[in-house]
Design a protein around this ligand. Structure first.
Ligand code: ZN
Length: 192
């Protein structure tokens, strides 16, 4: 197959090793939501945009798995909290054959992190793509939270744009006495 980035032929990978090292080393970008909670992202949206376009295609699953391995997994291996933390994906409903947030969340599984699936589901699946903050706020996701034991939570999503979705999810978790310690997203649209 052809490497998606340099177009050289590679036997086993959708992105060749060379491009993985050269273009896909994760950073730690931080921003704060209006509620004060920190969001850590690993890439600038612009830098991996082309790869994210595969999301709803056959190779999307492989690309998300690779990106998760390079960023979320590495982060989880270095993360220590002192007690077990739950990681919860934002609306990990399966679409186009897999759930992109579940793929990212799974990569967090480690000594201190227990990945939970199907825990936070949106009852409103309206498409936010290209919509304004006002539109997003007027059309909330209406999350439904399944009960679980762990108090501390890491919220997981693939892209942060305005932060409306994460903020809404945090409110829902707070109502159940959960504490979101921070959010992790693959990439941040606001980074230029
Ligand atoms: Zn390449």
């Amino acid at each position: 197959m052809k490497c998606l980035l340099c177009e050289k032929y590679s036997l086993t990978q959708h992105i060749c090793k060379n491009c993985q090292t050269q273009f896909l080393q994760p950073s730690l970008y931080k921003r704060k939501l209006s509620n004060g909670i920190e969001v850590i992202s690993f890439y600038r949206y612009e830098d991996i945009k082309k790869l994210l376009f595969t999301k709803h295609t056959d190779i999307g699953y492989h690309i998300y798995t690779l990106l998760a391995k390079l960023s979320f997994k590495k982060f989880a291996q270095e993360f220590h909290f002192g007690e077990q933390v739950a990681s919860v994906g934002i609306d990990d409903t399966t679409r186009s054959g897999y759930s992109h947030t579940a793929v990212l969340n799974r990569a967090l599984k480690s000594t201190d992190i227990k990945a939970l699936y199907g825990t936070l589901r949106a009852t409103n699946s309206i498409n936010y793509s290209g919509e304004s903050r006002a539109f997003r706020e007027e059309n909330p996701r209406n999350f439904k939270l399944k009960n679980f034991r762990t108090k501390y939570v890491i919220l997981v999503d693939d892209i942060i744009t305005t932060g409306t979705t994460l903020s809404e999810a945090i409110i829902v978790l707070k109502e159940k006495e959960k504490e979101v310690i921070f959010c992790l997203t693959l990439c941040d649209v606001s980074l230029k």
